[in-house]
Design a protein around this ligand. Sequence first.
Ligand code: KG4
Ligand code: ZN
Length: 409
Amino acid sequence: MSGRGLILGIESSCDETAAAVVERGAHTLSSVVASQIATHALYGGVVPELASREHLRAIVPVVRAALSQAGVALADLDAIAVTSGPGLAGALLVGITYAKALALAADLPLIAVNHLEGHIHAVLLNERESAYSGSMGNDDESAPEDDPALALVVSGGHTHLYLACPTGNTWQYTLVGRTLDDAAGEAYDKVAKLLGLGYPGGPWIDALSQFGNPSAVPFAFSQIKTKLHLAGKPPRTKAARTAPIAGLDRHFLFSFSGIKTAVLRYVELHGLRSEAEARRDALFTGPDAPARTTVEAALTVTGKPTLDLIASFQHAVVGDLLKKTFAAAESLGARSILVTGGVAANRELRQRFTAEASQRKLSVSFPTLALSTDNAAMIATAAWPRLLAEDFAPPELSADPSLALGAPA
Ligand code: KG4
Ligand code: ZN
């Protein structure tokens, strides 16, 4: 590598079209994200066909904006990095095809990045940004941190625990735990939909949970035990397909489909369904709906029992993530914990993980809020050690919707 260490990252695995320019995996020159939330919100979840169409529309202007905001031309770059999986096949293909064409046209190497590794590197990017601004960067600077870290990747598609070990310029990942069914963010989205709130559900539940009693409804996670028979069977859900569970310690397995059903049952039993339907109408129907789509408006049409249910749901989910993550860190001797992915934006999660880490004398790090959800700066950052190692993608690179990260221990 002869240049400034500039990588253009491209991300299109789900419902965000993103491009970013990052210098030496440590300094973000630009990070552009075109969200498709408005398109998918109408359906209460991501519609794969619409996602591909929207990526096709957005990819050229988003990449152009990332280059122009960074003040660089294609000729200034050292490599192009693209998410090759896991994610939606058609969505991934838009980013991969465009990245390949750009790399070919500009005679640049192409680097394939696993989306989950990208989320882990979002935390590292944060930490290096401040160091970088002091010293203007050199190769040593992005030399990996020395100790193994326990990484919790928790988003709409994933709830995975990895032991991340730096080895020379690269990282090795060992899968330690994961969800057997829904991802935590998926549970947030489904519960929000059930309660007549918006998509994505995480930010709504995060905001409204402050107004309820988190101990009002005691949710249990004992359902996991009964799911162990699924080990060795073909995975049935999006989240489960990205990693095998054979060989994993059952104490580090998650299951979020049970709590979603428990919320549904609670809503039926306590007669909260009509309130949820009225809330959906009040917040989301009619031409002037955008003006009413606010947390303040939601509070005016949400009774105490629903607020208590929301706070209790969040308390239980965060408590389960916390318990298993710290148990895995302790069992594997990891002194630092990284929490990343869309759900890492959650306020209660950040507070409780920070308090628990300080009590146990461990370190815990999160990305900034902007880097928690899908973005391309994390993809360009994860590609930096690959560029140093000249680990480039083959010309026949294609989308791998179930791409796994690391092997079970
Ligand atoms: O990382 P991300 O943007 O996309 C995936 O790779 O899935 O994560 C999106 C997920 C959604 O399920 C969304 O509801 C959740 O992250 N999320 C949150 C919060 N903000 C986003 N969940 C809980 N609290 C939040 N503040
Ligand atoms: Zn993601």
